[in-house]
Design a protein around this ligand. Structure first.
Ligand code: NAD
Length: 272
């Protein structure tokens, strides 16, 4: 069997594309020949990632878009359709946790505000649903395409402290399965919807939980994560890119509604 990623000239939209993981994913897609629209709340960040892709010979545009604002997503879609004519691949990458929606020594469960819980829940769940409504429309109209959501280990078993994030990522995994069935039944059997569930990568959203800012040593939580990861290390952004390229390739032609753990074995390990 001759397997190629073969996404040359396909148009990929990556939300949260200025972030650590999704900038890497955007670049990996572009390196395989896809034309990439890098979307982020941070206009400068999106433009910087797109410029880096163009500088290395790829095709990309960087656009400001808020995944919680349908109007701004529709504006981005208008530009993408003008520049690249279509959308083939959507990576719903924008998401993350926030300290204000996380329990800790200074914030008990009972202190968490409705607004803070909603902010984190909405960013991760609605922030996946709304771009799928806007860009998925193009995919269902052409009856072919790929959606990749980003779930988390927190979706399988909730992680301590991160109440809204865990709940929202469980909802993202659930939505992935729901949407795979819905798109196939209502629109086309040539659309695939999957998710990746990264394990622990050391990024800005979790650094404060895993590394002591004063000493630079692992926090007890960081030690526990590494002890629970049979491969004994944090993940790297590149670890995710292979899985995303695989899901975009013909090699994954019958994979649909799946949530793939990329976690160094974290999810497989009971701790005993
Ligand atoms: P990151 O903070 O580096 O990137 C997130 C990006 O999303 C940022 O550039 C931010 O500006 C953008 N963003 C935030 N709100 C937005 C909005 N409303 N509209 C558009 N863009 C917005 O985080 P990351 O670690 O690269 O995470 C990327 C994805 O991977 C997230 O969904 C995250 O939950 C998930 N994830 C991360 C880890 C990890 O260990 N880092 C583990 C599991 C899952």
């Amino acid at each position: 069997m001759d397997i190629k990623v073969d996404i040359r000239d396909r148009v990929a939209v990556v939300t949260g594309g200025a972030g650590i993981l999704c900038s890497c994913i955007a670049k990996a897609l572009a390196a395989q020949g896809a034309r990439v629209a890098v979307l982020d709340l941070k206009k400068d960040g999106a433009e910087k990632v797109a410029a880096e892709i163009v500088a290395s010979g790829g095709a990309a545009i960087g656009l400001e878009a808020d995944v919680l604002d349908k109007g701004s997503l529709e504006k981005a879609r208008e530009i993408i359709l003008r520049e690249f004519a279509t959308v083939d691949i959507l990576v719903n990458g924008a998401g993350g946790n926030h300290p204000r929606a996380t329990t800790g020594p200074d914030r008990s469960f009972f202190d968490l505000s409705t607004e803070d819980i909603q902010k984190v829940f909405n960013l991760n769940f609605l922030g996946t649903v709304l771009p799928t409504q806007v860009f998925g429309k193009v995919i269902v109209e052409k009856k072919k395409g790929i959606v990749i959501n980003i779930s988390s280990m927190a979706a399988y078993t909730p992680l301590t402290k991160t109440i809204a994030y865990s709940a929202a990522k469980a909802a993202v995994s659930n939505f992935t399965q729901w949407l795979a069935v819905h798109f196939n039944q209502e629109y086309s059997r040539e659309i695939r919807v999957n998710a990746i569930a990264p394990g622990f990568l050391l990024t800005d959203q979790n650094r404060y939980l895993l590394i002591d800012a004063e000493t630079g040593a692992s926090t007890p939580r960081g030690r526990s994560v590494l002890n629970m990861t049979p491969m004994g290390r944090y993940g790297l952004p590149d670890d995710l890119c292979g899985a995303v390229l695989f899901l975009c390739s013909e090699a994954a032609s019958f994979i649909n509604g799946a949530v793939i753990p990329i976690d160094g074995g974290f999810q497989a390990y009971s701790g005993v």
